[in-house]
Write a protein that binds this ligand. Structure first.
Ligand code: HEM
Length: 466
Protein backbone atom coordinates (compact mmCIF):
# COMPACT_ATOMS: atom_id res chain seq x y z
CA UNK A 1 0.00 0.00 0.00
CA UNK A 2 2.83 2.37 1.01
CA UNK A 3 4.62 1.65 -2.30
CA UNK A 4 1.42 2.37 -4.18
CA UNK A 5 1.10 5.75 -2.47
CA UNK A 6 4.74 6.59 -3.24
CA UNK A 7 4.26 5.72 -6.96
CA UNK A 8 1.13 7.88 -7.20
CA UNK A 9 3.03 10.68 -5.44
CA UNK A 10 5.95 10.47 -7.86
CA UNK A 11 3.67 10.38 -10.92
CA UNK A 12 1.67 13.34 -9.65
CA UNK A 13 4.91 15.20 -8.88
CA UNK A 14 6.24 14.57 -12.38
CA UNK A 15 2.96 15.71 -13.95
CA UNK A 16 3.03 18.92 -11.92
CA UNK A 17 6.70 19.54 -12.75
CA UNK A 18 6.07 18.92 -16.48
CA UNK A 19 3.09 21.27 -16.49
CA UNK A 20 5.13 23.90 -14.67
CA UNK A 21 8.12 23.60 -17.06
CA UNK A 22 5.91 23.72 -20.18
CA UNK A 23 3.98 26.76 -18.82
CA UNK A 24 7.20 28.47 -17.79
CA UNK A 25 8.66 28.03 -21.26
CA UNK A 26 5.48 29.35 -22.89
CA UNK A 27 5.59 32.43 -20.61
CA UNK A 28 9.26 33.00 -21.39
CA UNK A 29 8.47 33.41 -25.08
CA UNK A 30 5.14 35.17 -24.63
CA UNK A 31 5.59 38.42 -26.49
CA UNK A 32 2.97 40.62 -28.05
CA UNK A 33 2.64 40.17 -31.79
CA UNK A 34 4.32 36.75 -32.10
CA UNK A 35 2.50 34.12 -34.18
CA UNK A 36 0.60 31.41 -32.28
CA UNK A 37 2.28 28.09 -31.53
CA UNK A 38 3.92 26.13 -28.71
CA UNK A 39 7.50 26.28 -27.41
CA UNK A 40 7.78 22.83 -25.76
CA UNK A 41 10.35 22.13 -23.05
CA UNK A 42 12.96 24.56 -21.75
CA UNK A 43 16.17 24.20 -23.79
CA UNK A 44 14.97 21.24 -25.91
CA UNK A 45 11.80 22.89 -27.14
CA UNK A 46 9.91 20.65 -29.56
CA UNK A 47 12.98 19.21 -31.29
CA UNK A 48 12.16 15.60 -30.41
CA UNK A 49 8.60 15.81 -31.81
CA UNK A 50 9.90 17.63 -34.88
CA UNK A 51 12.54 15.00 -35.62
CA UNK A 52 10.36 12.01 -34.71
CA UNK A 53 7.13 13.02 -36.42
CA UNK A 54 8.67 15.16 -39.16
CA UNK A 55 6.19 16.38 -41.76
CA UNK A 56 3.18 15.28 -39.63
CA UNK A 57 4.39 17.50 -36.78
CA UNK A 58 4.45 20.43 -39.18
CA UNK A 59 1.03 19.59 -40.61
CA UNK A 60 -0.51 19.19 -37.13
CA UNK A 61 0.89 22.53 -35.98
CA UNK A 62 -0.39 24.16 -39.14
CA UNK A 63 -3.85 22.66 -38.55
CA UNK A 64 -3.87 24.15 -35.03
CA UNK A 65 -2.15 27.49 -35.58
CA UNK A 66 -2.16 28.35 -39.29
CA UNK A 67 0.61 28.49 -41.90
CA UNK A 68 2.89 30.70 -39.81
CA UNK A 69 3.55 29.49 -36.26
CA UNK A 70 6.19 29.67 -33.57
CA UNK A 71 8.11 26.75 -32.13
CA UNK A 72 11.45 25.96 -30.51
CA UNK A 73 13.43 23.51 -32.63
CA UNK A 74 17.09 22.56 -33.00
CA UNK A 75 18.11 24.81 -30.12
CA UNK A 76 16.47 28.07 -31.23
CA UNK A 77 13.19 29.90 -30.98
CA UNK A 78 11.89 29.55 -34.52
CA UNK A 79 9.13 30.86 -36.75
CA UNK A 80 7.98 28.21 -39.20
CA UNK A 81 6.51 29.54 -42.42
CA UNK A 82 4.50 27.17 -44.59
CA UNK A 83 2.92 30.08 -46.42
CA UNK A 84 4.14 30.05 -50.06
CA UNK A 85 3.68 33.80 -50.47
CA UNK A 86 5.57 34.64 -47.28
CA UNK A 87 8.28 32.11 -48.17
CA UNK A 88 8.76 33.85 -51.47
CA UNK A 89 8.90 37.25 -49.77
CA UNK A 90 11.53 36.06 -47.28
CA UNK A 91 13.74 34.55 -49.99
CA UNK A 92 13.52 37.72 -52.06
CA UNK A 93 14.25 40.16 -49.23
CA UNK A 94 17.61 39.40 -47.71
CA UNK A 95 18.43 43.10 -47.91
CA UNK A 96 15.67 43.83 -45.38
CA UNK A 97 17.55 41.99 -42.63
CA UNK A 98 16.65 38.32 -43.13
CA UNK A 99 19.97 36.50 -43.39
CA UNK A 100 20.86 32.80 -43.66
CA UNK A 101 20.35 31.14 -40.28
CA UNK A 102 22.34 27.93 -40.47
CA UNK A 103 23.60 26.19 -37.30
CA UNK A 104 26.78 27.40 -35.59
CA UNK A 105 28.49 24.03 -36.16
CA UNK A 106 28.01 24.44 -39.92
CA UNK A 107 29.41 27.97 -39.98
CA UNK A 108 32.42 27.01 -37.81
CA UNK A 109 33.32 24.02 -39.97
CA UNK A 110 32.65 25.49 -43.42
CA UNK A 111 34.73 28.59 -42.64
CA UNK A 112 34.05 32.26 -42.09
CA UNK A 113 34.13 33.11 -45.81
CA UNK A 114 31.74 30.35 -46.81
CA UNK A 115 28.81 31.73 -48.74
CA UNK A 116 26.17 31.07 -46.04
CA UNK A 117 28.24 33.02 -43.50
CA UNK A 118 28.55 36.21 -45.54
CA UNK A 119 26.05 38.82 -46.68
CA UNK A 120 25.89 42.17 -48.44
CA UNK A 121 28.90 42.96 -50.62
CA UNK A 122 30.93 39.99 -49.30
CA UNK A 123 28.14 37.67 -50.44
CA UNK A 124 27.98 39.40 -53.79
CA UNK A 125 31.72 38.87 -54.28
CA UNK A 126 31.76 35.24 -53.22
CA UNK A 127 28.64 34.46 -55.25
CA UNK A 128 30.01 36.28 -58.31
CA UNK A 129 33.24 34.28 -58.07
CA UNK A 130 31.30 31.05 -57.74
CA UNK A 131 28.93 31.79 -60.63
CA UNK A 132 31.90 32.45 -62.89
CA UNK A 133 33.18 28.92 -62.12
CA UNK A 134 29.95 27.16 -63.00
CA UNK A 135 28.53 29.32 -65.78
CA UNK A 136 26.91 27.50 -68.73
CA UNK A 137 29.91 28.31 -70.95
CA UNK A 138 32.38 26.86 -68.42
CA UNK A 139 30.20 23.76 -68.01
CA UNK A 140 30.15 23.41 -71.81
CA UNK A 141 33.86 24.08 -72.42
CA UNK A 142 35.54 22.55 -69.40
CA UNK A 143 33.37 20.77 -66.89
CA UNK A 144 31.18 18.45 -68.94
CA UNK A 145 34.11 16.49 -70.35
CA UNK A 146 35.48 15.99 -66.81
CA UNK A 147 32.12 14.79 -65.55
CA UNK A 148 31.84 12.45 -68.54
CA UNK A 149 35.26 10.94 -68.00
CA UNK A 150 34.62 10.53 -64.30
CA UNK A 151 31.19 8.84 -64.71
CA UNK A 152 32.54 6.35 -67.24
CA UNK A 153 35.24 5.18 -64.90
CA UNK A 154 33.01 5.31 -61.81
CA UNK A 155 30.44 3.06 -63.49
CA UNK A 156 32.97 0.51 -64.75
CA UNK A 157 32.64 -3.15 -63.78
CA UNK A 158 29.30 -3.08 -62.00
CA UNK A 159 28.14 -6.12 -63.97
CA UNK A 160 27.07 -9.02 -61.75
CA UNK A 161 27.71 -7.00 -58.61
CA UNK A 162 25.52 -6.12 -55.67
CA UNK A 163 26.02 -2.41 -55.30
CA UNK A 164 25.01 -0.08 -52.49
CA UNK A 165 23.77 2.72 -54.70
CA UNK A 166 23.66 5.16 -51.78
CA UNK A 167 27.36 4.66 -51.11
CA UNK A 168 28.21 4.82 -54.82
CA UNK A 169 26.28 8.04 -55.43
CA UNK A 170 27.90 9.67 -52.38
CA UNK A 171 31.38 8.79 -53.63
CA UNK A 172 30.35 9.94 -57.07
CA UNK A 173 29.13 13.37 -55.93
CA UNK A 174 32.30 14.06 -53.96
CA UNK A 175 34.87 12.65 -56.36
CA UNK A 176 33.27 14.17 -59.43
CA UNK A 177 33.40 17.63 -57.78
CA UNK A 178 36.97 17.04 -56.72
CA UNK A 179 37.86 16.22 -60.33
CA UNK A 180 36.29 19.50 -61.46
CA UNK A 181 38.16 21.44 -58.80
CA UNK A 182 41.62 19.97 -59.17
CA UNK A 183 41.63 17.92 -62.38
CA UNK A 184 45.04 16.29 -62.47
CA UNK A 185 45.78 16.03 -58.77
CA UNK A 186 42.34 14.81 -57.72
CA UNK A 187 43.08 11.09 -58.01
CA UNK A 188 46.10 11.48 -55.71
CA UNK A 189 44.07 13.45 -53.21
CA UNK A 190 40.85 11.50 -53.30
CA UNK A 191 41.37 8.77 -50.70
CA UNK A 192 42.56 10.93 -47.83
CA UNK A 193 40.24 13.74 -48.85
CA UNK A 194 37.17 11.49 -48.86
CA UNK A 195 37.80 10.28 -45.30
CA UNK A 196 38.20 13.82 -43.99
CA UNK A 197 35.27 15.15 -45.99
CA UNK A 198 32.82 12.58 -44.56
CA UNK A 199 33.86 13.65 -41.02
CA UNK A 200 33.44 17.28 -41.99
CA UNK A 201 29.88 16.67 -43.24
CA UNK A 202 28.82 14.87 -40.04
CA UNK A 203 30.38 17.63 -37.94
CA UNK A 204 28.38 20.40 -39.61
CA UNK A 205 25.17 19.06 -38.07
CA UNK A 206 26.32 18.54 -34.50
CA UNK A 207 26.18 20.31 -31.15
CA UNK A 208 28.93 22.95 -31.25
CA UNK A 209 30.73 21.75 -28.12
CA UNK A 210 34.39 21.11 -28.79
CA UNK A 211 35.13 18.01 -26.70
CA UNK A 212 37.27 15.05 -27.80
CA UNK A 213 35.39 12.26 -29.59
CA UNK A 214 32.43 14.44 -30.51
CA UNK A 215 31.28 14.83 -34.12
CA UNK A 216 31.89 18.57 -33.81
CA UNK A 217 35.51 18.02 -32.75
CA UNK A 218 36.07 15.52 -35.56
CA UNK A 219 34.48 17.97 -38.01
CA UNK A 220 36.80 20.81 -36.95
CA UNK A 221 39.77 18.47 -37.20
CA UNK A 222 38.66 17.38 -40.68
CA UNK A 223 38.37 21.02 -41.74
CA UNK A 224 41.94 21.65 -40.55
CA UNK A 225 43.24 18.69 -42.55
CA UNK A 226 41.30 19.66 -45.67
CA UNK A 227 42.55 23.25 -45.42
CA UNK A 228 46.10 21.93 -45.12
CA UNK A 229 45.70 19.72 -48.20
CA UNK A 230 44.29 22.60 -50.23
CA UNK A 231 47.02 25.00 -49.06
CA UNK A 232 49.67 22.51 -50.13
CA UNK A 233 47.98 22.13 -53.50
CA UNK A 234 47.88 25.90 -54.02
CA UNK A 235 51.57 26.25 -53.00
CA UNK A 236 52.58 23.42 -55.29
CA UNK A 237 50.78 25.00 -58.24
CA UNK A 238 52.36 28.39 -57.55
CA UNK A 239 55.81 26.78 -57.46
CA UNK A 240 55.33 24.85 -60.69
CA UNK A 241 53.74 27.84 -62.49
CA UNK A 242 51.80 25.45 -64.72
CA UNK A 243 48.35 26.56 -65.78
CA UNK A 244 45.43 24.32 -64.99
CA UNK A 245 42.04 24.22 -66.68
CA UNK A 246 39.95 23.50 -63.64
CA UNK A 247 38.07 25.41 -60.93
CA UNK A 248 41.13 25.95 -58.76
CA UNK A 249 43.05 27.12 -61.81
CA UNK A 250 40.31 29.66 -62.57
CA UNK A 251 40.15 30.84 -58.98
CA UNK A 252 43.93 31.26 -58.74
CA UNK A 253 44.19 33.15 -62.00
CA UNK A 254 41.20 35.33 -61.15
CA UNK A 255 40.63 35.94 -64.87
CA UNK A 256 36.98 34.92 -64.91
CA UNK A 257 36.10 37.20 -62.06
CA UNK A 258 36.37 40.88 -61.24
CA UNK A 259 36.93 40.19 -57.55
CA UNK A 260 40.16 38.29 -56.80
CA UNK A 261 39.75 35.97 -53.83
CA UNK A 262 42.36 35.66 -51.05
CA UNK A 263 43.76 32.16 -50.39
CA UNK A 264 41.50 31.79 -47.38
CA UNK A 265 38.44 32.76 -49.43
CA UNK A 266 39.45 30.39 -52.23
CA UNK A 267 39.68 27.51 -49.78
CA UNK A 268 36.31 28.29 -48.20
CA UNK A 269 34.84 28.59 -51.69
CA UNK A 270 36.12 25.13 -52.61
CA UNK A 271 34.79 23.61 -49.40
CA UNK A 272 31.42 25.31 -50.09
CA UNK A 273 31.25 23.85 -53.61
CA UNK A 274 32.06 20.36 -52.35
CA UNK A 275 29.65 20.60 -49.44
CA UNK A 276 26.68 22.17 -51.24
CA UNK A 277 26.72 19.76 -54.16
CA UNK A 278 27.40 16.65 -52.13
CA UNK A 279 24.22 15.50 -50.42
CA UNK A 280 21.89 17.19 -52.91
CA UNK A 281 23.41 15.51 -55.97
CA UNK A 282 24.01 12.13 -54.34
CA UNK A 283 20.54 11.81 -52.80
CA UNK A 284 18.75 12.95 -55.96
CA UNK A 285 20.75 10.39 -57.97
CA UNK A 286 19.98 7.60 -55.52
CA UNK A 287 16.28 8.44 -55.44
CA UNK A 288 16.14 8.65 -59.23
CA UNK A 289 17.47 5.08 -59.36
CA UNK A 290 14.82 4.07 -56.81
CA UNK A 291 11.91 5.72 -58.67
CA UNK A 292 13.10 4.39 -62.06
CA UNK A 293 13.21 0.91 -60.59
CA UNK A 294 9.64 1.28 -59.31
CA UNK A 295 8.29 2.87 -62.54
CA UNK A 296 9.28 0.75 -65.56
CA UNK A 297 7.40 2.99 -68.03
CA UNK A 298 9.46 6.01 -66.95
CA UNK A 299 12.66 3.97 -67.17
CA UNK A 300 11.73 2.86 -70.67
CA UNK A 301 11.17 6.46 -71.79
CA UNK A 302 14.41 7.63 -70.19
CA UNK A 303 16.40 4.81 -71.72
CA UNK A 304 14.91 5.61 -75.12
CA UNK A 305 16.23 9.19 -74.79
CA UNK A 306 19.74 8.02 -73.88
CA UNK A 307 19.97 5.19 -76.39
CA UNK A 308 18.93 7.75 -79.01
CA UNK A 309 21.92 9.89 -78.03
CA UNK A 310 24.30 6.90 -78.14
CA UNK A 311 23.05 5.91 -81.59
CA UNK A 312 24.24 9.26 -82.94
CA UNK A 313 27.78 8.67 -81.58
CA UNK A 314 30.70 6.27 -81.64
CA UNK A 315 30.90 3.97 -78.61
CA UNK A 316 33.71 5.93 -76.92
CA UNK A 317 32.51 9.44 -77.81
CA UNK A 318 31.92 11.57 -74.71
CA UNK A 319 28.70 13.47 -74.15
CA UNK A 320 28.81 17.03 -75.42
CA UNK A 321 26.77 20.12 -74.64
CA UNK A 322 24.20 19.44 -77.38
CA UNK A 323 23.65 15.92 -76.07
CA UNK A 324 23.13 17.31 -72.59
CA UNK A 325 20.75 19.98 -73.83
CA UNK A 326 18.72 17.37 -75.69
CA UNK A 327 18.01 15.41 -72.47
CA UNK A 328 14.56 16.91 -71.92
CA UNK A 329 13.00 13.86 -70.32
CA UNK A 330 16.03 13.32 -68.08
CA UNK A 331 15.70 16.87 -66.74
CA UNK A 332 12.02 16.12 -66.07
CA UNK A 333 12.96 12.92 -64.19
CA UNK A 334 15.42 14.89 -62.03
CA UNK A 335 12.87 17.57 -61.12
CA UNK A 336 10.18 15.00 -60.41
CA UNK A 337 12.58 13.03 -58.19
CA UNK A 338 13.58 16.17 -56.33
CA UNK A 339 9.91 17.15 -55.87
CA UNK A 340 8.45 13.81 -54.84
CA UNK A 341 11.32 12.80 -52.55
CA UNK A 342 11.67 16.38 -51.23
CA UNK A 343 15.44 16.36 -51.18
CA UNK A 344 15.41 19.83 -49.57
CA UNK A 345 12.68 20.45 -46.97
CA UNK A 346 13.33 24.14 -46.70
CA UNK A 347 15.97 26.71 -45.90
CA UNK A 348 16.92 28.54 -42.71
CA UNK A 349 17.02 32.27 -42.13
CA UNK A 350 17.39 34.52 -39.10
CA UNK A 351 16.22 38.02 -38.29
CA UNK A 352 18.88 40.67 -37.65
CA UNK A 353 16.36 43.09 -36.18
CA UNK A 354 12.79 43.03 -34.93
CA UNK A 355 10.52 42.98 -37.97
CA UNK A 356 6.95 42.60 -39.07
CA UNK A 357 6.04 39.65 -41.29
CA UNK A 358 2.45 38.86 -42.28
CA UNK A 359 1.22 41.10 -39.47
CA UNK A 360 3.28 39.31 -36.81
CA UNK A 361 6.19 40.89 -34.95
CA UNK A 362 9.29 38.67 -35.12
CA UNK A 363 11.97 39.47 -32.52
CA UNK A 364 15.63 40.00 -33.47
CA UNK A 365 17.75 36.85 -33.59
CA UNK A 366 14.89 34.40 -34.14
CA UNK A 367 15.33 31.70 -36.72
CA UNK A 368 12.88 31.41 -39.60
CA UNK A 369 12.34 28.00 -41.12
CA UNK A 370 11.20 28.65 -44.69
CA UNK A 371 9.55 25.25 -44.97
CA UNK A 372 8.88 24.54 -48.64
CA UNK A 373 8.13 20.81 -48.50
CA UNK A 374 4.32 21.08 -48.63
CA UNK A 375 4.46 23.14 -51.83
CA UNK A 376 5.82 20.01 -53.55
CA UNK A 377 2.54 18.22 -52.85
CA UNK A 378 0.16 21.05 -53.69
CA UNK A 379 -2.44 19.55 -56.06
CA UNK A 380 -3.07 22.95 -57.70
CA UNK A 381 0.57 23.06 -58.87
CA UNK A 382 1.08 19.32 -59.27
CA UNK A 383 -2.16 17.42 -60.00
CA UNK A 384 -2.12 13.95 -58.45
CA UNK A 385 0.88 15.10 -56.39
CA UNK A 386 1.90 11.74 -54.88
CA UNK A 387 2.38 10.10 -58.27
CA UNK A 388 5.83 9.97 -59.87
CA UNK A 389 5.04 11.62 -63.16
CA UNK A 390 8.04 13.26 -64.91
CA UNK A 391 5.89 14.09 -67.94
CA UNK A 392 4.38 16.99 -65.96
CA UNK A 393 7.73 18.82 -66.24
CA UNK A 394 7.77 18.75 -70.02
CA UNK A 395 5.64 21.87 -69.74
CA UNK A 396 8.62 24.14 -69.05
CA UNK A 397 6.48 26.80 -67.36
CA UNK A 398 6.43 24.59 -64.25
CA UNK A 399 10.15 25.31 -63.81
CA UNK A 400 9.60 29.05 -63.87
CA UNK A 401 6.44 29.28 -61.74
CA UNK A 402 6.59 31.53 -58.67
CA UNK A 403 6.73 28.72 -56.13
CA UNK A 404 9.45 26.60 -57.72
CA UNK A 405 11.72 26.30 -54.68
CA UNK A 406 13.48 22.98 -55.38
CA UNK A 407 16.67 25.02 -55.73
CA UNK A 408 15.74 27.81 -53.30
CA UNK A 409 14.92 31.30 -54.54
CA UNK A 410 15.86 34.96 -54.57
CA UNK A 411 19.41 36.16 -54.05
CA UNK A 412 20.52 32.78 -52.72
CA UNK A 413 18.97 30.59 -55.38
CA UNK A 414 21.27 27.65 -56.03
CA UNK A 415 24.16 28.76 -58.27
CA UNK A 416 25.03 25.09 -58.88
CA UNK A 417 21.64 24.13 -60.32
CA UNK A 418 22.81 23.48 -63.89
CA UNK A 419 26.01 21.83 -62.71
CA UNK A 420 24.06 19.49 -60.43
CA UNK A 421 21.61 18.61 -63.21
CA UNK A 422 24.50 17.99 -65.64
CA UNK A 423 26.14 15.60 -63.14
CA UNK A 424 22.99 13.63 -62.43
CA UNK A 425 22.08 13.52 -66.15
CA UNK A 426 25.52 12.15 -67.08
CA UNK A 427 25.33 9.57 -64.32
CA UNK A 428 21.88 8.46 -65.51
CA UNK A 429 23.09 8.38 -69.12
CA UNK A 430 25.80 5.81 -68.45
CA UNK A 431 23.82 3.95 -65.83
CA UNK A 432 20.70 3.26 -67.93
CA UNK A 433 22.55 2.62 -71.20
CA UNK A 434 25.02 0.16 -69.65
CA UNK A 435 22.98 -1.61 -67.01
CA UNK A 436 19.75 -3.16 -65.82
CA UNK A 437 19.16 -3.59 -62.11
CA UNK A 438 16.86 -5.04 -59.48
CA UNK A 439 16.63 -4.12 -55.82
CA UNK A 440 17.77 -6.68 -53.28
CA UNK A 441 17.15 -6.75 -49.57
CA UNK A 442 14.08 -4.49 -49.38
CA UNK A 443 16.14 -1.72 -47.77
CA UNK A 444 14.42 0.88 -45.62
CA UNK A 445 14.24 4.50 -46.77
CA UNK A 446 13.89 7.41 -44.38
CA UNK A 447 12.27 10.58 -45.65
CA UNK A 448 12.85 13.04 -42.78
CA UNK A 449 14.75 15.07 -41.63
CA UNK A 450 16.83 13.99 -44.60
CA UNK A 451 16.25 11.41 -47.31
CA UNK A 452 18.51 8.43 -46.65
CA UNK A 453 18.70 4.66 -46.59
CA UNK A 454 20.00 3.92 -43.06
CA UNK A 455 21.41 0.52 -44.12
CA UNK A 456 22.20 1.41 -47.72
CA UNK A 457 20.13 0.78 -50.87
CA UNK A 458 21.33 -2.42 -52.47
CA UNK A 459 20.80 -3.33 -56.12
CA UNK A 460 21.95 -6.25 -58.26
CA UNK A 461 23.36 -4.90 -61.50
CA UNK A 462 23.78 -6.67 -64.82
CA UNK A 463 24.92 -5.57 -68.28
CA UNK A 464 22.26 -4.46 -70.74
CA UNK A 465 21.96 -7.07 -73.52
CA UNK A 466 23.76 -5.82 -76.66
C1 HEM B 1 20.31 18.60 -57.30
C2 HEM B 1 21.24 19.35 -56.82
C3 HEM B 1 21.06 20.56 -55.94
C4 HEM B 1 19.99 21.01 -55.22
C5 HEM B 1 18.62 20.34 -55.07
C6 HEM B 1 20.38 22.24 -54.56
C7 HEM B 1 19.56 23.00 -53.74
C8 HEM B 1 19.92 24.23 -53.21
C9 HEM B 1 19.04 25.08 -52.42
C10 HEM B 1 17.60 24.75 -52.03
C11 HEM B 1 19.73 26.20 -52.10
C12 HEM B 1 19.23 27.41 -51.31
C13 HEM B 1 19.84 27.50 -49.92
C14 HEM B 1 19.39 28.74 -49.15
O1 HEM B 1 18.62 29.53 -49.67
O2 HEM B 1 19.82 28.89 -48.00
C15 HEM B 1 21.06 26.06 -52.65
C16 HEM B 1 22.07 26.98 -52.50
C17 HEM B 1 23.37 26.76 -52.90
N1 HEM B 1 23.83 25.73 -53.69
FE1 HEM B 1 22.75 24.18 -54.39
N2 HEM B 1 21.69 22.50 -54.89
C18 HEM B 1 22.14 21.52 -55.74
C19 HEM B 1 23.39 21.41 -56.31
C20 HEM B 1 24.44 22.27 -56.09
C21 HEM B 1 25.76 22.12 -56.64
C22 HEM B 1 26.24 21.01 -57.57
C23 HEM B 1 26.51 23.15 -56.16
C24 HEM B 1 27.96 23.42 -56.50
C25 HEM B 1 28.39 24.52 -56.99
C26 HEM B 1 25.64 23.96 -55.30
C27 HEM B 1 26.03 25.10 -54.64
C28 HEM B 1 25.18 25.89 -53.88
C29 HEM B 1 25.62 27.08 -53.17
C30 HEM B 1 27.04 27.61 -53.09
C31 HEM B 1 24.49 27.63 -52.55
C32 HEM B 1 24.42 28.90 -51.69
C33 HEM B 1 24.12 30.11 -52.56
C34 HEM B 1 24.12 31.42 -51.82
O3 HEM B 1 24.04 31.43 -50.58
O4 HEM B 1 24.17 32.44 -52.51
N3 HEM B 1 24.40 23.39 -55.30
N4 HEM B 1 21.14 24.85 -53.33
Amino acid sequence: MAIFTVIIGVVLGLCLLSTFLLRWNEMKYKKKGLPPGTMGWPLFGETTDFLKQGPSFMKNQRASYGSVFKSHILGCPTIVSMDPELNRFILMNEGKGILPGYPQSMLDILGKSNIAAVHGSAHKNMRGALLSLVSPSIIREQILSKIDEFMRSHLLNWNNQIIDIQEKTKEMALLSSLRQISGTESSLLSKEFMREFFNLVVGTLSLPINLPNTNYHRGLQARKNIVRMLEELIDERRRSQETHKDMLGLLMSGVENRYKLSDEEMIDQIITILYSGYETVSTTSMMAVKYLHDHPRVLEELRKEHLGIRERKMAEDPLNWNDYKSMKFTRAVIFETSRLATIVNGVLRKTTKEMELNGFVIPEGWRIYVYTREINYDPCLYPDPYTFNPWRWLDRSLETQNYFFLFGGGTRQCPGKELGIAEISTFLHYFVTKYRWVEVGGDKLMKFPRVEAPNGLHIRVSDMPK
